[in-house]
Ligand binder design. Structure first.
Ligand SMILES: [Zn+2]
Length: 425
């Protein structure tokens, strides 16, 4: 029940104990334990048998999983040993990770929950602070990463930058196209960050890469060409479509500005009817954002109506929307069909007379080689896109951590396949 193997349980008692969670002293189960002799006197880091050094700071407590509604703790000595490699360290205990204040089972359950539950659910259910959750996740992830190397066997990867902290800070994330898992993440958005990835990957595994998809940033492309020259650089279709979405949003904002300015001008003159129409369309355009952004198959009824209204009343914006959808369709088709579609799209964009899309056409042309590579290799973009979306959710969740570095372990845990099994399963 307490989740401790290789452990001798000396006594089990009831005791009034303040868990430090602000609820004051509470009746809890306290089990006094010690490691079996074969497990005792081991270095907390390398777990090798080492000579004892001193009794350390005496008795210590570890929080165990609750027993029904009652909290439970383990109490034991925490002597120190002298390790020739790691110096004087607290001896390993079989029921908890090194340096942890919670049992291994407790850590595992929190890590398991962190990958699937909201912050409030975890902190209330487990009766711990969000900060403690951050420490536990870091501990569990570090242990998992020491056991499994997620960079093994990579062939086709996607590299992406994600902003957190309201666009001021960035993470570079690397996703495996074949497994859909997040395999690497680090703060930064420059060549140095890319080099850190390739350093960890090593030249042998870098030579195994066949395809790298990226968002078109030069610092990614440059590093890939230098460190994995054999890999085909592909444009991430998700990003190409997002360029089109950005251009479309520019057009919408311009239309909205004009509608609003039109309203103000006529109000100064007289015609009250014109004023109403203009402000109506300004308001309508302001709310049209999602109808324009979303893929048409995902639109709600109201958004469909909004889109129909745009097609009837806003010819320029309607054309811009069609251009965005045209590009998305070409990228979705892939292969020769996609390339043909893209060629048609480029000539359409060149003469569409919407400056934002003329510019977009030029940008697509500049990246045509890597976009063609994507179409040739049918590089699935769905997985990367979904990892991308999930990381954004995790980013919001991780805001509560005092240390933003906790974001990476949380992302690796939830999206990198590092989630531990539930205790006892
Ligand atoms: Zn050691």
């Amino acid at each position: 029940m307490l989740g401790c193997d290789n452990t001798v349980i000396e006594t089990v008692d009831w005791q009034q104990l303040d868990a430090g969670d602000g609820t004051g002293p509470r009746l809890t189960v306290v089990a006094r334990v010690r490691p079996r002799s074969r497990q005792a006197g081991r270095c907390g880091i390398c777990r090798r048998k080492r000579p004892g050094y001193d009794p350390g700071q005496g008795r210590r407590l570890w929080r165990a999983l609750d027993l029904g509604p009652v909290t439970a703790w383990l109490e034991a000595d925490a002597p120190r040993v002298s390790c020739p490699e790691h110096g004087v360290v607290v001896a390993a205990v079989p029921w908890a990770r090194h340096g942890a204040g919670h049992t291994r089972f407790f850590d595992d359950q929190v890590a398991w929950l962190a990958a699937v539950c909201s912050k409030t659910t975890i902190t209330q259910l487990m009766r711990i602070s969000w900060r403690t959750v951050g420490h536990i996740i870091a501990r569990v992830t570090a242990e998992q990463l020491a056991a499994i190397d997620p960079l093994t066997g990579l062939r086709r990867i996607g590299i992406d930058e994600i902003s957190y902290k309201r666009g001021h800070k960035y993470l570079v994330v690397v996703v495996d196209h074949d497994s859909g898992k997040l395999v690497w993440a680090a703060p930064g958005r420059d060549t140095a960050t890319m080099n850190a990835f390739f350093d960890q990957l090593g030249p042998e595994r870098a030579a195994q890469l066949t395809h790298v998809s990226a968002d078109g940033a030069d610092w990614i492309a440059g590093a890939v060409r230098e460190r994995a020259p054999q890999a085909v650089l592909c444009a991430d279709p998700f990003h190409v479509v997002s360029w089109a979405t950005d251009a479309l949003d520019e057009v919408r904002r311009e239309a909205w500005r004009q509608a609003r300015a039109g309203g103000q001008v006529t109000s100064r003159r007289s015609g009250s009817r014109t004023v109403r129409i203009s402000t109506d369309s300004a308001r309508g355009l302001k709310r049209a954002r999602y109808a324009l952004w979303k893929n048409p198959e995902n639109l709600t009824g109201a958004q469909q109506a909004k889109l129909a209204w745009i097609h009837k009343t806003q010819p320029l914006l309607s054309r811009a929307w069609l251009l965005k959808e045209g590009l998305r369709t070409a990228l979705k088709l892939g292969g020769e069909e996609g390339k043909y579609g893209l060629a048609r799209w480029l000539s359409w964009a060149a003469r569409c007379r919407i400056p934002e899309f003329v510019e977009l056409g030029r940008k697509v042309r500049r990246h045509l080689e890597s976009i063609h590579a994507t179409l040739d290799h049918h590089l699935s973009n769905g997985l990367v896109e979904s990892v991308n979306t999930k990381i954004r959710v995790i980013t919001r969740m991780a805001f509560g951590f005092r240390n933003p570095a906790a974001l990476i372990p949380l992302a690796m845990l939830a999206l990198g396949g590092l989630r531990p099994a539930l205790p006892g399963r």
